[in-house]
Design a protein around this ligand. Structure first.
Ligand SMILES: [Zn+2]
Length: 137
């Protein structure tokens, strides 16, 4: 028998609601979008790792962060840990690729093909979907 208690995929909706702030719950569990330009981590330029707000998996690295001018934190790649997954999303009359946390299915944002080289990708992520852990130099 495996210990299911610590598997974030098995956490119930009610538990997430309790664990997260109202805004984080709305964005990560209900596929919401934070108001552009408001995210706490939007202008963060410190060196470190970005973690999933819900389950703490590492999802992005500050080395890949860039200013896309779109109002949300943007990255040109996911971190080497590989915790970001992709899902086709045709809601709101658009064909987009949703990005989610592989460990807990949290909605993170969307990925677009207009990012900087060499990846050409722009991972547009809600600030409230992430927490930041600074790396000491
Ligand atoms: Zn997660």
């Amino acid at each position: 028998m495996s210990d299911t208690k610590h598997d974030p995929k098995l956490i119930s909706d009610a538990e997430w609601r309790q664990k997260l702030t109202a805004e984080a719950y709305r964005v990560t569990r209900q596929k919401g979008t934070e108001y552009p330009g408001t995210g706490e981590l939007l202008h963060n330029t410190e060196t470190g790792k970005y973690h999933c707000t819900c389950c703490d998996a590492v999802i992005f690295d500050s080395a890949d962060k860039f200013d896309a001018g779109c109002g949300w934190p943007s990255f040109s790649a996911q971190s080497e840990e590989g915790n970001v997954d992709y899902r086709f999303d045709d809601s709101h009359g658009m064909r987009r690729t949703e990005i989610i946390c592989k460990q807990c299915d949290a909605h993170l944002g969307h990925v677009f093909d207009d990012g900087p080289m060499p990846t050409g990708k722009r991972y547009c992520v809600n600030s409230v979907s992430m927490t930041f852990e600074k790396r000491e130099q």
